[in-house]
Design a protein around this ligand. Structure first.
Ligand SMILES: Cc1cc2nc3c(=O)[nH]c(=O)nc-3n(C[C@H](O)[C@H](O)[C@H](O)COP(=O)(O)OP(=O)(O)OC[C@H]3O[C@@H](n4cnc5c(N)ncnc54)[C@H](O)[C@@H]3O)c2cc1C
Length: 458
């Protein structure tokens, strides 16, 4: 069976859905192909102990305002998290993260509690930042984030504050990315202010007021359902359980081969193609692209354990969550979902609490009983309960395994973007989008996918 459209979109994650919406809004006929039997990719939900909770992304960065505008257009209510502080677990002890900081780098070296987390020597070394000469000036922008922090403030700030945040939030080590990627303009600012603390205070002052992250009432996964309904209403064909196997260039555009659920191959002609899937899942493409995609760094593997607990089992939880300084094979972070999001607490009721553990290298627990034991032990440790909770403290636990693409922020991946763009431009009528190329997080993905979809429609 063969059909023809203006734009075919491969991938039904947020990038694919948003690019399909932009393309149809620009007047194109659109078919979207999704390999899984559901849409949303890394933005999904699971049902647990009578609650519908996010199984992947649970918030979005407010920078740019693109995600909030999209949510508004789709009739979803944007909510802000309860302003509770986060903690960091270092050598078995929980410490509050300094409130005045950027990526954990303190902007106020007199802040209370800093000596407790850095130690007396660590704080003394951090304070050297205020008097050290700025020797490398604008070259700082090219240094790794780790090298910048270590040279200005020492190893304690790097390992106890910056590394857990950069690893927990961006899934990358500070050695693997240039300082300027997460701290734009840092070289010039350092030269102007004479200290890293001063330069970052300047960056903080330039940030808009208000929360840096937001969520959606009922969960970020509602974005997926709302986008799908909107696309159907606009006449877009959404094909789930339909993996694109091959995309070949034709004089008129593209010819796609698609595996359908009944096992039959289907063919689709499209004038333009939006590729909103990461290289490790690509269909067969023109040779240069296939080669560059095969060389792409492999995806990560992240396991999430979501726990519904009896609230009286938890110590007081006025915290957003805990990052772990040196997780090894254990959990790298815990989020107190019910302390952070009013909608989760409302849904769970006063007698229950919801927490989520994330494991950056997957968990070693091989079956449900082992995961339950791991979850009880790690959640108790990361909330400061002291000893593992008894089994009856846990009402339910859900396990999600996600394989996000290698972070494009990282040096190794970022190096590959340019040759890939050049190869895709040479092929023509091909638009690349998604977290794998524009950066992880909905605040990066939404505007990038909107631009890709609009370009594909022209
Ligand atoms: C544990 C975790 C927590 C996160 N939390 C947050 C958060 O709180 N806030 C935030 O902003 N971001 C968060 N993110 C990042 C965010 O979820 C992603 O950046 C974003 O959802 C990526 O969307 P995407 O469409 O680019 O990719 P994906 O969601 O990966 O979608 C790609 C889709 O393409 C499909 N596909 C692949 N190959 C084919 C093929 N050949 N044919 C058809 N379909 C195909 C896949 O099945 C998939 O559905 C988190 C990520 C993870 C892993």
């Amino acid at each position: 069976m063969t059909s023809a459209v203006d734009v075919a979109v491969i991938g039904g994650g947020v990038a694919g859905l948003v690019s399909a919406r932009a393309a149809t809004a620009a007047g194109a006929t659109v078919t979207l192909l999704e390999a899984a039997d559901h849409l949303g990719g890394l933005v999904g939900h699971h049902d647990l102990a009578g609650l519908t909770l996010d199984s992947g992304a649970e918030s979005f960065a407010t920078r740019g305002g693109h995600v909030a505008s999209l949510a508004d257009e789709l009739g979803l209510d944007v909510v802000t998290p309860t302003p509770v502080p986060a903690r960091v677990l270092i050598d078995g002890t929980l410490h509050s993260l300094p409130r005045a900081g950027v990526l954990g780098i303190p902007t106020d070296l007199d802040a209370p509690g800093l000596a407790e987390v850095l130690g007396t020597d660590g704080l003394a070394r951090a304070r050297e930042d205020l008097t050290l000469p700025v020797t490398h000036g604008r070259d700082t922008a090219r240094a790794s984030l780790a090298a910048l922090v270590r040279s200005r403030m020492g190893a304690a700030v790097l390992d106890r504050l910056v590394r857990p945040i950069v690893r927990g939030v961006h899934s990358v080590e500070p050695e693997e990315l240039r300082a300027e990627v997460l701290l734009p303009g840092i070289g010039d600012r350092l030269a102007t202010h004479g200290s890293l603390a001063g330069a970052l205070a300047d960056i903080r002052a330039a940030s808009p007021a208000g929360s840096a992250v937001a969520g959606i009432d009922g969960g970020v996964h509602r974005l997926t359902g709302a986008l799908a309904n909107d696309l159907i209403a606009r006449g877009v064909t959404l094909m789930t359980a339909s993996r694109a196997l091959a995309a070949r260039r034709t004089p008129g555009g593209w010819s796609l081969t698609v595996a359908t659920p009944d096992g039959a191959a289907r063919h689709l002609q499209a004038a333009s193609l939006v590729l909103a899937a990461a290289p490790h899942t690509w269909p067969e493409l023109p040779a240069d692209l296939t080669r560059l995609g095969a060389d792409w760094p492999p995806p990560q593997q992240i396991d999430l354990l979501t726990l519904v607990l009896r609230a009286d089992a938890l110590p007081p939880h006025e915290w957003a969550g805990t990052l772990v300084a040196d997780p090894g094979q254990g959990a790298k972070a815990l989020t107190y979902a019910s302390a952070k999001w009013e909608w989760v607490q409302r849904a769970a009721g006063p007698d229950r609490a919801v927490v989520r553990l994330s494991y950056g290298t997957g968990t070693r627990a091989s079956d449900a009983a082992a995961r339950r034991e791991l979850a009880l032990g790690d959640a108790a440790r990361l909330t400061g309960a002291g000893t593992p909770w008894p089994d009856h403290a846990l009402e339910a636990v859900a396990h999600t395994r996600l394989t996000p693409p290698a972070p494009v922020l990282g040096w190794e991946t970022s190096q590959r973007v340019r040759p890939l763009r050049e190869a895709s431009d040479a092929v023509g009528n091909l638009h690349l989008t998604g977290a794998w190329i524009c950066g992880s997080g909905l605040a990066s993905v939404v505007p990038h996918a909107q631009a890709a979809g609009a370009a594909a429609a022209t």
